[in-house]
Design a protein around this ligand. Structure first.
Ligand SMILES: [Fe+2]
Ligand SMILES: [Fe+2]
Length: 271
C-alpha cells in the first residue's frame, strides 16, 4: 500500500486547557532560556499554521483520492485548533508582562509578504518541510520522558497534545506535494529556506523574551549550557532525524513514531 493511501482519521480535539495566572513564569526546567525557546515557538505557530492550511487547501480540487481529501480536512481542523489554543496562551504571556505584539505584527507582515512572493507550489513545499520539522520535534519531545517531569503539568498537556497531533497528521502535506508532482529540487530548496526562517524567527523571539527578563547574554549562554548538560545529545538526535528530509526517497510515513493522542491526553490529565 502506498503511504499516501494509509487510512488515518484525523480528529479535531479541544484539549480544554486553562492557563492559570499562578503557573510559574519559567515553567520548563525552571530555566528561563529553555522556557523562552518554547515560548518563541508558541509565538510563530498561529501565523504559520494558518498559512499551512491555506497552502494545502489551495490544491483541494486537484486531489482525487477521497482518503487524502478527508485527511486534508482533518489537517485543516487540527491546525486551526492549534492556532486558537496557542493564541489563548498569548493572553497568559501578556498577563505576565511580556511585550509580544510588536514581534507578532512584524511576523504577520513577513508571512503575508513571503506567501505572496512564493508560488503556490513553493508554499506547499514549505508547508511539507515545516510539517516534517514539527513532527520531528514532536517525536523527540514525546520520547524524552525525563523532560516531561520538569514541566508545569498544564504546559506538559499543551505541548504533548500538539506534538502528538503533529505526528498524527505528519504525512498529509507531503502526500499532497507528491500528488501534485513537486520534485526533489523544489522540495529541498523549500526545506532549506524554511529551516533558515524558523531558526531566525525563533532565536529572535527567544532573545527578545529573555531580554525582557533582563538576562545578559552571558546568563543566557549559561542557562543554555545547563540544559544541554542535563539532556545530552538531544540536539544531535533532532538534527539527524531532521536531515533525513534530504534523502531522495524520503516519506514522513516511514518514521514509525506515532503516539496515541487520546491516551496521552488522559495520562497527562491524571498526572
Ligand atoms: Fe500544529
Ligand atoms: Fe502540523
Amino acid at each position: 500500500m502506498d503511504e499516501s493511501e494509509s487510512p488515518i482519521t484525523l480528529r479535531v480535539r479541544n484539549p480544554g486547557l486553562i492557563f492559570h495566572s499562578d503557573m510559574p513564569r519559567f515553567w520548563f526546567c525552571d530555566n528561563p532560556v529553555i522556557t523562552h525557546g518554547f515560548n518563541a515557538f508558541n509565538l510563530v505557530i498561529p501565523e504559520y499554521e494558518r498559512y499551512f492550511v491555506r497552502s494545502v487547501n489551495h490544491y483541494r480540487k486537484q486531489i482525487k483520492s477521497a482518503s487524502l481529501s478527508t485527511q486534508m480536512q482533518g489537517f485543516a481542523g487540527q491546525e486551526s485548533m492549534h492556532a486558537k489554543v496557542h493564541e489563548d496562551y498569548f493572553v497568559w504571556l501578556r498577563s505576565k508582562g511580556y511585550r509580544i505584539d510588536g514581534y507578532l505584527g512584524l511576523l504577520g507582515k513577513y508571512a503575508l509578504f513571503s506567501e505572496r512572493m512564493y508560488s503556490p507550489r513553493f508554499n506547499l513545499a514549505a508547508t511539507a518541510a515545516a510539517e516534517h520539522f514539527t513532527a520531528t520535534l514532536g517525536a523527540i519531545f514525546l520520547n524524552a520522558t525525563n523532560l516531561h517531569k520538569q514541566m508545569e503539568p498544564t504546559m506538559y498537556q499543551f505541548v504533548a497534545w500538539h506534538a502528538a497531533e503533529e505526528l498524527e497528521h505528519k504525512s498529509v502535506a507531503y502526500d499532497v506535494l507528491q500528488q501534485v508532482k513537486i520534485g526533489y529540487f523544489v522540495r529541498v530548496v523549500a526545506f532549506t529556506i524554511t529551516l533558515l526562517e524558523v531558526f531566525i524567527w525563533i532565536n529572535a523571539a527567544t532573545y527578545m523574551l529573555a531580554k525582557q527578563d533582563k538576562l545578559s547574554l552571558w546568563r543566557m549562554y549559561q542557562y543554555k549550557r545547563q540544559f544541554r548538560k542535563e539532556f545530552k545529545g538531544l540536539n544531535w538526535i533532532f538534527l539527524k532525524k531532521l536531515l533525513t528530509y534530504y534523502r531522495p526517497g524520503f516519506h514522513p510515513g516511514r518514521a514509525k513514531d506515532e503516539f496515541n493522542v487520546d491516551e496521552l491526553l488522559l495520562t497527562a490529565r491524571n498526572q
